[in-house]
Ligand binder design. Sequence first.
Ligand code: FMN
Length: 388
Amino acid sequence: MKQALYRRQFLQFLAASPLFAAEDPKDMKDVFNVMDFEAKARVAIPPAHFGYLSTGVDDDSTLRANRAAFNKVYLRPRRMVDISKIDTSVTLFGESWPTPIIIAPAGSQKAYHPEGESATARAAAAADHLQILSTITSTPIEEVAKLHKRKIWYQLYPTNVWALTERMVRRAEAVGSPTLVITVDTQGGRNTETEARSYNLDSRDCSVCHPAPKMGRKGRRPIVMFEGFPLDSLSTANPAQNWETIRKFRQLTKMKIVLKGLETAEDARLAVEHGIDGIVVSNHGGRASDSTLGTLDVLPEIVAAVNGKMPILIDGGFRRGTDIFKAMAIGASAVCIGRPYLWALGAYGQPGVAKVLEILTREFRLAMTQCGTTSISAINKSHIGFHN
Ligand SMILES: Cc1cc2nc3c(=O)[nH]c(=O)nc-3n(C[C@H](O)[C@H](O)[C@H](O)COP(=O)(O)O)c2cc1C
């Protein structure tokens, strides 16, 4: 009841956004690359929501390190190769996808567009991209799963209440999700200062649409997947979790288990030893620990540690097809995209998300042609170099 009221008010709120009123959602003529969506999103999304989207932690230095990492690697183009046919497809756990570009899990997508995760699912399904749905989804998993032609993966924050964790796993299983992506990089909380500052830029009364975080713990936003569990005693983090917890998950489910948020060779080796099926090299888009290297910086040590024993996904600052190419050349199996599709969702809804996927696919394909690589397996370390 309350939920429906918040939703209605939120829709009215977004419908009043100047960008929605002024522009045809399909009119993206000024968008040339995925970064162009950020400026559009800044106008379309309420300041506090944009702050949540943009924030890193502390000084946002990890956020910047993610982007800076790509400038340390250069491409080594190859010529005189027959590039009339390019195959960008990858296989993950036996399933083939047309590109290595994956929708990263991101919470609360209705904060950017009334259709939230549903718009994302439709866009991802149309171009056949894997979607990973967040624990903090603002649309129930059952609804999102119906909109995607293929099986979506479910990202799990383990939470501090096992009964809730178990219920979320069962719901993911029930919609046929084959893979559980357990995010392990925010176990001790985080300090999202840029987000906190953005509240002061927002003069709107947040409580019109939802209980606002600045109203204190009691004012926490409802979390769709937590319905029925009292929010006050809940945390998305389980501070007690360790490698033993993996055993519990193995007993709980037959789904593949992927750990998201590993950043060192040591942890990658432990993941292999504990029978993890795959990892996402990630620092949560600079939203977990500050003062770390960019994810592309740490990818080589992780690829070496894993030594081909499981797929390695990566995310953090991927904005160009050449970024994706560099990660694939170092040894990634696929790449997840976060903010670009959220900006596009906020600015244009489903057509925006579709455009982001289209741009990145086109750019990645172009990078492959420039380097004379006609398939993913042809991409290797000889196609890149590292600046001193
Ligand atoms: C607004 C926002 C919400 C996010 N929510 C989640 C989440 O619920 N679960 C999760 O595992 N990661 C979450 N992430 C992290 C993304 O999955 C991904 O690691 C990150 O966005 C990649 O970096 P990029 O935004 O620079 O592409 C979120 C990121 C953003 C920007």
